[in-house]
Design a protein around this ligand. Structure first.
Ligand code: GLU
Length: 472
């Protein structure tokens, strides 16, 4: 079978991580089977489907690198086709016009509730003859669902699912204003686009029997279905904005690498032994729908942070730098007049969790810090630090060889001359030149910051100490 999967989001303003995971599974499955991955934008809800919210989906998909092979198709561009299929169904007696008023439907519903019957349309207009109809009157179009028998399908994740047709009422496929409804457009599209595997969230599992009936009424081949369980927040409730970031681009903004988010999402609901880290190639190679969990999975930010740091440390620095650049721009950090960012990444990745933190953590290589980190300054820029800082400054001022090794030696000599431990010189100097207590090896830090800035910043630290002495 030629595999064709599709991701069919309805634009809501952003790409939800749950949607992204579904998209990833669709993409992986198509890739694995040398198939086709279709992107279809279900934008029939005109109010929500603004250009902006469509763009948000395209941006999210492209940031994650989930390229589609076909599409994007837009349902709003396919209304003529839905209209044709609707007419065909009417002509073939598979659909009918329903003129029931809202009052009648409300009353029906109330009666069904009182009698504890199945709620749903009772087929009142199903058998109206042409003479009994006035098509100029307001009406909807309903699909003639089979009344008897059972719909059975083998869900590739959930196993066999069966529903009696007696539980399914006649679904509206076109509203009074003629616009087609979700279940109808999905069926027309899945059929005409030749989708072989419908992989989607399990909030659609109840729609599937109805969709299968419609596909059969249209004489089409029923695709295979795989319904992916939902993602929960840490409180066991469905993941929502209350739990923090749910939009893919918000993860970008917070400093996650797409590689980390993808790796995180693939494992959220799917496993391969106890392996945690998967390259794209490995995911494609190992992914299988039968290994997707049947139970919902809970979001775990610590694990995502761990993966993010893992990828910051292990991906080629140039690749990390490409993503870091966005955060540097965001924080107005220009790096042309300082060390190559790719040199800093392996030194700094160990010390931060996100690219956003990384960008602010390397700021001092390019700009003087605005103020000292209070805690670090309190601890390390005490009056006793004056002498080591002054001596170090004196040596640094005349130092010709500005390499990390030579600078490292210079610091140890300073400590030796003053008969102090390395930390008593190193830490004040680190705080003096970086403004904070965290940096790579001091030699490297001094080399990268450069002589002029180092001397200027030591003066600033000495001023701080003076102020402290005067205040005491
Ligand atoms: N557009 C639907 C949604 O965003 C998905 C339809 C489907 O996958 O069948 O929930």
């Amino acid at each position: 079978m030629t595999v064709k999967t599709r991701f069919a989001p309805s634009p809501t303003g952003y790409l939800h991580v749950g949607g992204a995971r579904t998209a990833l599974y669709c993409w992986l499955y198509a890739r694995k089977h040398q198939g086709t991955f279709v992107l279809r934008i279900e934008d029939t809800d005109r109010e929500r489907s603004t250009d902006q919210s469509v763009q948000a989906i395209l941006d999210g998909m492209s940031w994650l690198g989930l390229e589609h092979n076909e599409g994007p198709y837009y349902q709003t561009q396919r209304f003529d086709r839905y209209e044709e299929v609707k007419e065909q169904l009417l002509t073939n007696g598979k659909a009918y016009r329903c003129y029931c008023s809202k009052e009648r439907l409300d009353e029906l519903r109330e009666r069904q509730m009182t009698n504890k019957e199945n709620i749903g349309y009772d087929g009142h207009c199903r058998h109206l003859s042409d003479d009994e109809q006035d098509v100029t009157q307001p009406h909807v179009i309903r699909f003639k669902n089979p009344v008897d028998g059972v719909v059975v399908f083998e869900d590739l994740i959930k196993g066999e699912i069966s529903v009696n047709n007696s539980e399914l009422d006649d679904l509206i496929i076109a509203r009074t204003d003629g616009t087609p409804t979700y279940n109808f457009t999905v069926v027309v599209d899945d059929l005409e686009m030749g989708v072989s595997h419908v992989i989607r969230g399990d909030d659609h599992v109840n729609n599937t029997p109805r969709q299968i009936n419609m596909i059969e009424a249209m004489g089409g081949n029923v695709p295979l279905y795989a319904h992916v369980p939902m993602i929960l927040g840490d409180d066991g409730k469905r993941l929502s904005k209350r739990h923090g970031a749910v939009s893919v681009m918000q993860y970008r903004d917070e400093g996650y690498l797409p590689q980390a988010l993808l790796n995180y999402l693939v494992r959220l609901g799917w496993s391969h032994g106890d392996q945690e880290v998967f390259s794209r190639e490995e995911m494609i190679d190992l992914f299988d729908l039968k290994d997707v969990n049947r139970a919902p999975s809970a979001f775990n930010t610590d694990k995502l942070n761990w993966l993010n740091q893992h990828y910051m440390k292990t991906l080629p620095a140039a690749e990390v730098a490409r993503h870091l650049q966005w955060h540097l721009d965001e924080q107005s950090i220009e790096t042309v007049n300082g060390p190559e960012v790719t040199l800093l990444i392996p030194e700094m990745a160990e010390r931060v969790k996100t690219l956003k933190e990384l960008a602010s953590a390397i700021r001092y290589f390019y700009y003087d810090y605005k103020a000292f980190d209070e805690k670090a300054a309190k601890k390390h820029l005490r009056p006793v630090a004056r002498q080591p800082l002054e001596l170090a400054k004196q040596k640094l001022a005349t130092q010709a060889d500005w390499s990390a090794d030579a600078l490292h030696k210079l610091v140890s000599q300073t400590a030796e001359e003053l008969e102090l431990g390395m930390g008593k010189v190193g830490m004040p100097l680190r705080v003096a030149v970086t403004g904070a207590g965290m940096s790579p090896d001091l030699g490297i830090t001094l080399e990268w910051i450069g002589k002029e800035a180092v001397l200027r910043r030591i003066d600033k630290a000495l001023d701080y100490i003076t102020a402290r002495e005067t205040n005491n």
